[in-house]
Ligand binder design. Sequence first.
Ligand code: GDD
Ligand code: MN
Length: 250
Amino acid sequence: MTSRKASHLNRHNEDKYSVLLPTYNERENLPLIVWLLVKYFDESGYNYEIIVIDDGSPDGTLQVAEQLQRIYGEDKILLRPRAKKLGLGTAYIHGMKHATGNFIIIMDADLSHHPKFIPELIAKQKDGNYDLVSGTRYKGNGGVYGWDLRRKFISRGANFLTQVLLRPGASDLTGSFRLYKKTVLENLVKRCLSKGYVFQMEMIIRARELNYTIGEVPITFVDRVYGESKLGGNEILSFAKGLLTLFATT
Ligand code: GDD
Ligand code: MN
């Protein structure tokens, strides 16, 4: 099927996808990720909005977002900034409250998650009417590019430990390229206790508890070119703590 045809078909679809883009110092990355999102959504014809949640980035990310809003329109780019860096988990919750779509897509804004996978996430969701679809680096053609051994080891280790301790039934627990039914995400967020990076993993564990169905789509994660990761030693320590708490409480 050509993308033209697809676009024609999907335009009559009632579904709307709200993309949550949390940003902290993503001035260089934001214009490109937004351009790619617009391109893939326009090609596939799905209805969408992009919600940028900037946490007072000192590099002027918000000003760049404002320019993008002028280019693409206020119905397509929504700005829901916060005054200071309050963490990734709460950024999603904040963004979700302003979402008007019946589906929510969460992804990183630093181009590690390519928007080209979004039509696949959507197709998968429709395929099995899944409650959530998770992009996975650890299945099929999925993978990680550009990480050093340390980062690979940490990610693999975190996933492996969690698989052994909690048996969650999903292959990538710490990834954050996902599509949720909005009602499902709202319900999960209410039950989630952790706020740091462990948040992604807890969402999957809670989803299993509640018998939500989970679809998976292999994705590639490419390490950022511009700027730096906010995942430091602190996050790793709090991840370990969060994992143990989950182990003890579920
Ligand atoms: N608003 C807001 N506030 N955004 C934030 C904050 C924050 O406090 N911290 C990070 N972000 C944004 C970044 O700007 C980026 O768009 C996204 O969240 C991910 O942050 P990175 O700092 O690039 O994360 P990473 O590349 O180290 O980690 C990735 O891989 C992890 C392990 O697989 C992310 O996908 C993580 O979610 C994932 O757990
Ligand atoms: Mn990143």
